[in-house]
Design a protein around this ligand. Structure first.
Ligand code: FEO
Length: 164
């Protein structure tokens, strides 16, 4: 049985993962309209991944006898202030998500909910990968400088899933 407090924090995470998906979709759309086709493709793929994360929480809560609630989502920004700041914002957001995953681990331990504690480990690992792949992109951006975006935009998809 899923403890109520754990059910609640998992439902909060549905909101965070769904917002992440919408945020990256907004970033994809912005990059698309700015002519960065490769960067847009990276963000479209990222938005799909976040949607998959949200679905994992929905299924897990219901499988454990809880009730996954589909929330309202805040509207993400429509405009962004350049590519470097865009990825800085992504890293900051992923660190925030990592913090909320850690909070779930801590609560699952406190509530002796070892099934959730075991299940959430996939996300612990995923967050390490997400932060490191965004950091890798920021490192590359620092190398090429923001004025030389043509090759970066062309090559960014080859950085997907490489970790660091
Ligand atoms: Fe689902 Fe990027 O955290």
């Amino acid at each position: 049985m899923l403890p109520k407090k754990v059910e609640n924090i998992l439902n909060e995470q549905i909101q965070k993962e769904g917002y992440s998906s919408n945020l990256y979709l907004a970033m994809a759309s912005w990059a698309d309209t700015e002519g960065y086709a490769g960067i847009a493709q990276w963000f479209f793929a990222q938005a799909e991944e976040e949607l998959m994360h949200m679905m994992k929480f929905v299924h897990f809560i219901n499988e454990r006898g809880g009730h996954a609630i589909v929330p309202a989502f805040d509207q993400p920004p429509a405009k962004f202030d350049g590519i470097k700041k865009l990825f800085d914002q992504v890293l900051e957001h992923e660190r925030f998500i990592s913090g909320s995953i850690n909070d779930i681990v801590a609560l699952a331990i406190e509530e002796k909910d070892f099934a959730t504690q075991n299940w959430i480990q996939w996300f612990v690992t995923e967050q390490i990968e997400e932060e490191s792949s965004v950091q890798l992109i920021i490192d590359k951006l620092n190398l090429v400088g923001e004025k030389n975006m043509y090759l970066f935009d062309r090559d960014i998809m080859s950085l997907r899933g490489t970790g660091a």
